[in-house]
Design a protein around this ligand. Structure first.
Ligand code: GSH
Length: 194
């Protein structure tokens, strides 16, 4: 088994999907959390100067979704057919587009306004895709379900109740969090996070 070290800030953010995927597969990983004060010195040593990265047997790999797809593939979480993989990737990319546009560094007011204006399009799409099924794609969980949960937690920490009118999407979050290996991770992860 290779050795894995995840390097990210002391946040959930873009690192949490990788922590979920490691945990789901019971893969041991070092969860290195960089303090903001230490980041300027570390940044020039990181490919493309952004986190998260994962060190696999001493080699650094960047881009959270590239790493996520590698882990999801190992775990059988990318979809059961080529067409299901398109559906899973489309969900991942759609949620990621939204995550990238969210005004993380702006004021509380700006975050709330962004959510009010932009989230209905995302949430309606996700709810329609889910329909009355337990998971977004096929008859079992994929990493798109995990990604919805981790990203929604980050949005929720800034704009509480942003998805309150979408009970099926909230129920999906609960379903993900009830997966035993994910539940065990959530129980043991550091409490201070977003
Ligand atoms: N597309 C990249 C985005 C990475 C990214 O934006 N990382 C942010 C934190 S979430 C970062 O490293 N910010 C510090 C910086 O750019 O100096 C990924 O998914 O890994």
């Amino acid at each position: 088994m290779p050795s894995y070290k995840l390097i990210y800030f002391n946040l959930e953010g873009r690192g949490e999907i990788l922590r979920y995927l490691f945990s789901y597969s019971n893969i041991d990983f070092e969860d290195r959390r960089v303090e903001f004060a230490d980041w300027p010195a570390l940044k020039p040593t990181i490919p493309y100067g952004q986190l998260p990265v994962v060190e696999i047997d001493g080699v650094i790999y960047n881009q959270s979704l590239a790493i996520g797809r590698y882990l999801a593939k190992k775990a059988g979480l990318t979809g059961k057919s080529d067409l299901d993989e398109i559906r899973v990737d489309a969900l991942i990319d759609t949620i990621d587009d939204f995550f990238s546009k969210f005004p993380w560094m702006d004021t509380e007011k700006a975050k709330k306004e962004f959510m009010e204006k932009s989230s209905p399009q995302l949430l309606a799409y996700l709810e329609k895709t889910l329909g009355n099924n337990p998971w977004f794609v096929g008859d079992s969980a994929t990493w798109a379900d995990f990604f919805w949960d981790t990203c929604a937690d980050s949005f929720e920490s800034y704009v509480p109740g942003f998805a309150k009118d979408y009970p099926k999407l909230l129920a999906l979050k609960e379903r993900v969090k009830a997966i035993p290996t994910i539940a065990a991770w959530i129980k043991k992860r550091p409490k201070k996070s977003q």
